[in-house]
Design a protein around this ligand. Structure first.
Ligand code: B4P
Length: 189
């Protein structure tokens, strides 16, 4: 199995690049953001609870997203590998993921970290908010709160994986195809 984490702040291009990477490598795409938005659209109890956090730019509690990821991994025993997009977002999520994979004699092979400066992130997300209908993309103060959550709670996830030399930084500014080309140079599959 080949397991890849696409890492980076909100708006860094994780969702955009994930679509291209899963097509090229046949990995299963697990985006916690997409899974949570589906729960919201279906008005499930989980979705209603998650929405209040997401609308304020805060992370959804660890146990909620870990439970979602556990059931998705368990549902795909035949997978060639997974691309984790937007997960793990805390060190507790990273440790839970490492344990889940270890139970299956697997591990994270690489963490590709997209590097984009804050003003570019804000501008991309406000731009997406004009058409996406995503309430967390329309308000600049919510976008900035998401970036603060990233810096305080999510950036330490890179330090966690750096201890085992799994993190590769990739410039996340440029055309979508250029960035895709840089990412693929690091995937040995
Ligand atoms: P996500 O859905 O993961 O949202 P995101 O980080 O904003 O999106 P992403 O990074 O994928 O967007 P992309 O850059 O591709 O999370 C939303 C919320 O869900 C979180 O705030 C949190 O509340 C909750 N959540 C999700 N996972 C969680 C977890 N594990 N734990 C707790 N809470 C969790 O795209 C951004 C824009 O940039 C697009 O418009 C795109 O077209 C554009 N873009 C992409 N590449 C570009 C490029 N090269 N140049 C110019 N524009 C580009």
């Amino acid at each position: 199995m080949f397991n890849l984490i696409l890492f980076g702040p909100p708006g860094s291009g994780k969702g955009t690049q994930s679509e291209k990477l899963i097509e090229k490598y046949g990995l299963i795409h697990l985006s916690t953001g997409n899974l949570l938005r589906e729960e919201i659209a279906n008005e499930t109890t989980l979705g209603l609870a998650a929405k209040s956090y997401m609308d304020q730019g805060q992370l959804v509690p660890d146990e909620v997203v870990i439970g979602m990821i556990r059931s998705m991994i368990n549902a795909k025993p035949e997978a060639k590998g997974f691309l984790f997009d937007g997960f793990p977002r805390t060190v507790a999520q990273a440790e839970a993921l490492d344990n889940l994979l270890a139970e299956k004699q697997n591990e994270i092979n690489i963490v590709l970290a997209l590097i984009v400066d804050e003003e570019e992130l804000v501008s991309r997300l406000l731009n997406r908010g004009k058409t996406s209908g995503r309430s967390d993309d329309t308000n600049e103060s919510v976008i900035r709160a998401r970036i603060v959550e990233y810096e305080t709670k999510t950036a330490p996830v890179a330090d966690h994986y750096a201890k085992s030399n799994k993190v590769v930084k990739v410039k996340g500014v440029g055309s979508i195809d250029e960035i895709f080309g840089s990412l693929t140079q690091h995937i040995k599959l």
